[in-house]
Design a protein around this ligand. Structure first.
Ligand code: FES
Ligand code: FES
Length: 168
């Protein structure tokens, strides 16, 4: 029998108390316990970036974090960045610039882009490529992802709203 731990995590502004095994990864906690399946798992070995979420306002690969390590913390997932029915500018950018094909990498790309634009609101193409180098896309060839982030950067600089619960 495995001993479980009780954790309290605020996800997308909502507090959750859950029993988890100490070995449970944050990615699995989000998907399997909270049913937030927008966070994808592509490798489980910190290679692909499909699992990126914001943890206390910083992007992390959630397959590299244990759920118990997030006890008392704030998490924002892809489900938390839109403002109701209004897409976040980064989501809008991926839509407008066709920054996806199969979409598997997209939640992680968007969360990593959020971190990138938080640190650098006006990145060059090279800075965008560098900022997303921890995220793998097998479909797009990356060019439209770069365009999507450029679109988002422009729209965020002109005053679009911050994502819900993303922290500073
Ligand atoms: S599933 Fe986490 S980096 Fe691939
Ligand atoms: S759109 Fe298919 S992996 Fe990126």
């Amino acid at each position: 029998m495995t001993m479980k731990r009780t954790i309290t995590v605020t996800v997308n502004g909502q507090k959750h108390q859950s029993e988890v095994e100490p070995r449970t990864l944050l990615a699995h906690y989000l998907r399997d316990v909270l049913d937030l399946t927008g966070t994808h798992i592509g490798c489980n070995t910190s290679q692909c970036g499909a699992c990126v979420v914001m943890l206390n306002g910083e992007a992390v690969k959630s397959c590299t974090v244990l759920a118990v390590q997030a006890d008392g913390d704030e998490v924002t997932t892809i489900e938390g960045i839109a403002n109701g029915d209004i897409l976040h500018p980064i989501q809008e950018g991926f839509w407008e610039k066709h920054g996806l094909q199969c979409g598997y990498c997209t939640p992680g790309m968007i969360m990593a882009s959020y971190q990138l634009l938080k640190n650098n609101p006006n990145p060059s193409e090279e800075e965008i490529r560098k900022g997303l180098e921890g995220n793998i896309c097998r479909c797009t060839g990356y060019q439209n992802i770069v365009r999507a982030v450029q679109y988002a950067a422009e729209h965020m600089r002109t005053g679009a709203s911050e994502p819900v619960g993303a922290g500073d």
